[in-house]
Every structure is written in C-alpha cells, then in structure tokens.
Design a protein around this ligand. Structure first.
Ligand code: FES
Ligand code: FES
Length: 169
C-alpha cells in the first residue's frame, strides 16, 4: 500500500519550498533528499552526535529528530545559509578556516550552526563557556582544541565586523 503524501511548505535560508512527503519524513532527510541541501549531515540519527544541527528561528535543533511537517512554522537555516549576504564567510566559518577547526569535515556543519546560535546568545564567551557551547556536538577527528579556538576567534571576528559596520554608518 502506498504511503499518504502531505504537502509541506518549508522556508529554508530565506527561500520558500513545497514538497510532498510522508508524515514520517525527517527534516534532515527532507533537506538532503527533497531539497538537495546536503550540507546538513546525518550521523547517528538519534539526536546524539549533532551533525544534523540546523537553526529553527535561530535556535539549534537536531533535524534528525523532527518530522519535516513540524518545521513548517519556522524559518530554517542550514549550513548553506550561514554565509554573509555578500557571499563572504560568516565569522564562524572564517574562524574555522583560520583555526583549522576541522579535519574530515563530517561534523562541521553541525558545529557551525551550533556555534552561530551560541555566539548570538553569548557574543564574548569565556574559554569555559566556549567549551560548553560545543558540548552537545561530537567530532571524531580534531580533539576539539581547534574548535574551541575557533569559537573564541569567531567571537573576535564578530566584534571586529560589528565595529566596522558601526564606524561606517
Ligand atoms: S544525526 Fe542528528 S544528532 Fe546525530
Ligand atoms: S572533523 Fe572529522 S568528525 Fe569532526
């Protein structure tokens, strides 16, 4: 018996999308397979590793734990939507590049989204708070040290860019 399909409207990275999917389609699968946004990675599919973290109205959420139909009311941001409007790397992306915050890169989209949200809440974290910010994400390669450095560097880049905007306005 074929499964009932539902019309689902998703707003992702500022653009509207309509897909027809079963009620059980996970948001992570909808993003990757229905919308082709493969930057969101899927590791554990149990809410543990954080690789699938996306932002819903700016808050980090595990896309592997949420049905796509439940995400219709939210503005979704994936790693593809983190860059600045002019295409420049966001402060977090720039900091990961500068600090070598990745090796294989599998975990990286989840870290980038998580830290983006974390620095909005806490723009100048202490070293301890920078460590806490990434406590819910797993990385098998880096040993985390460079990722913590990237959090701190991203905070600096963010405040420098804010100062530049303030000076030019
Ligand atoms: S794939 Fe979602 S938390 Fe691991
Ligand atoms: S860079 Fe490989 S899992 Fe994090």
């Amino acid at each position: 018996m074929s499964e009932t399909l539902h019309q689902v409207r998703l707003r992702v990275n500022g653009l509207p999308h309509e897909i027809r999917v079963p009620a059980r389609r996970l948001l992570s699968d909808a993003l990757r397979h229905d919308l082709g946004l493969t930057g969101t990675h899927v590791g554990c599919e149990h809410g543990v590793c954080g690789a699938c973290t996306i932002l819903l109205d700016g808050e980090p959420v595990r896309a592997c734990l949420m049905p796509a139909v439940a995400a219709q009311a939210y503005e979704i941001t994936t790693v593809e939507g983190l860059a600045e409007p002019d295409g420049a790397l966001s402060p977090v992306q720039q900091a990961f590049a500068e600090c070598h915050g990745l090796q294989c890169g599998f975990c990286t989209p989840g870290f980038l989204t998580t830290i983006t949200a974390g620095l909005r809440r806490d723009p100048c974290p202490t070293h301890e708070r920078a460590r806490d910010m990434i406590a819910g994400n797993l990385c098998r390669c880096t040993g985390y040290q460079n990722i913590v450095r990237a959090v701190e560097r991203a905070a600096t880049i963010g405040s420098e860019r804010a100062a530049e905007i303030g000076a030019s306005s």
